[in-house]
Design a protein around this ligand. Sequence first.
Ligand SMILES: [Zn+2]
Length: 613
Amino acid sequence: MRIRPDVSTAFLLAGWLVAAASPSLLEAAPPDPSRGSGGMAGASPGRAGTPAGEKGAKGRADVVLHGGPVYTVDAVRSWAEAVAIKGDKIVYVGGSKGATAWIGPKTKVVDLGGRMLLPAFQDAHIHPISGGTSYSASCALYDFTTKEQYTKKVAEYAAAHRDSAWIRGDGWLLPAFAPTGIPDKRLLDAVVPNRPVYLESKDGHSAWVNSKALEVAGVARDTPDPPGGRIDRDPKTGEAVGGLQDSAMSLVAEKIPPYTVEERRNGLRYALKMLARYGITSFQDASVGQEELDVYRALDAAGELTARVVASLWWERKEGLEQIPGFLAQRRTYTRGNVRATTIKIMQDGVLEAQTAALLKPYVGKGEQKGLAMVEPDLLKQAVTALDKEGFQVHFHAIGDAAIRQCLDAVEAARRANGARDARHHMAHIQLFEPSDIPRFRTLGVVANFQPLWAFADEYITELTIPFLDADRQRWIYPIGSLLKSGAVVAFGSDWSVSTANPLEELEVAVTRMGPNGETKTPYLPDERIDLRDALAAFTLDAAYVNHQDDRTGSIEVGKLADLIVLDRNLFAIPPGQISDTKVLLTVFGGTPIFGDWSLAAPAASAAPAAGR
Ligand SMILES: [Zn+2]
């Protein structure tokens, strides 16, 4: 289907689809509010609500949205023309004509003007508190690329935070210090001479520190490199030059005072604001401990938590099954309001780029190295079986084909022991597959939780992944299309602050397998592209599924919560390369706008945290 990307075409298309998909909807008799109850009885059962049982204005909607394509993401992916909201719920979905009966004297009527209405997005794997805290309580360098920009930012930050004992931050890139990638303490000494500075690289494997930080940490010429780490030194004098690699980072990092409770709360506030701007009203936090639970609880109690949150409690790898009673207590205590502490996060391997992802066959050119399984596979089976028995959902981190297989084996063991239950265990990242494991996601009911932004041929893939894999295995990287074809449920998440939290950028990559900002010009593994309908479902209804809330969120249907977004254009009426240019104009959480307002005027552009990858 070739469609020109103008609004009128978009609107015509939507109208045509409404008519084609569910003609009964348009033909349904409009409700007659004068008849009171039963005004629309018998019309389109389950699709269009009715002011049944209520009289007069009491039965009218608070808000009616009409005049634009409504993509419902219901089971048959139908389109509609109008939606009515009463309180926090959707009370009507259908044609414009039928919506008029919901309009009373106090109803706010919003003309979409051809703009698109969708269920709000849900993120199935994200780190809002740590990400938000590093943006709001530290010197974020993610948006810059040169050492001049970094030092300028550090100087500004230090001037604006005169009473911070430490200057800490993240997000610098190694290529800024080409060709060695080793940073220089003197650049920081020039702008912050008297306070310690600690800046982590974007990949988290290096730190850039100033002389004061080295002094505070007692790092001197005779300090040995710690196991698994390196202090970068002047080859002539042996003096530390300001770069710390891997475990050497903690020589300084452990001296930094931890973030305060208020800093963490502000971090979550920062993240919630950003998520609202991106149209996200539900998410699964991929790593939560006691402190994060308290932060969620505090903001929810204060009415500030503008999202439905599933918290994944962190499985401590140094411990075993004895930590389960603690999880049970946390689930009991913290599952209330908009928070559910119902998931356990198990990290099963590392990452391919650092050759720490667990593989079935060795990395090419690395001898016998196959990465590392973090939880011993037999213990993993016991743990998943025990957690499954207690009714927990397990959220795995698995990247290599061996880790994916070990997690599937563990779910299989749990099923054998406990029987099939509605567990919705899910595996995040899932980068490299042994193809015979693909059908097991469907058979075992494991949700494939991809971060689609990573599925294009950037340098992480071309330089740091492909060269270390045999040719026959290179085909099975982020096989999103194959998982969908196998019948597995596919859900999407961002892994922010590792990558952008903007679902529209991620959606574009899922559909095109190309960089969302023109980084690449050819699709990477084009057979694994998916269509826009499936990609949208992975960020709405199927992410709601993994969050165990598809019965009340994730689609626009009568009786569901009014978690909705309005986009500035119809995604189905534009070339896929424009998906990432699309803007969210309005985000509604339980019937209340949390970004933009009912006027649909484009909200003032504010600097969005970029966080590339
Ligand atoms: Zn993560």
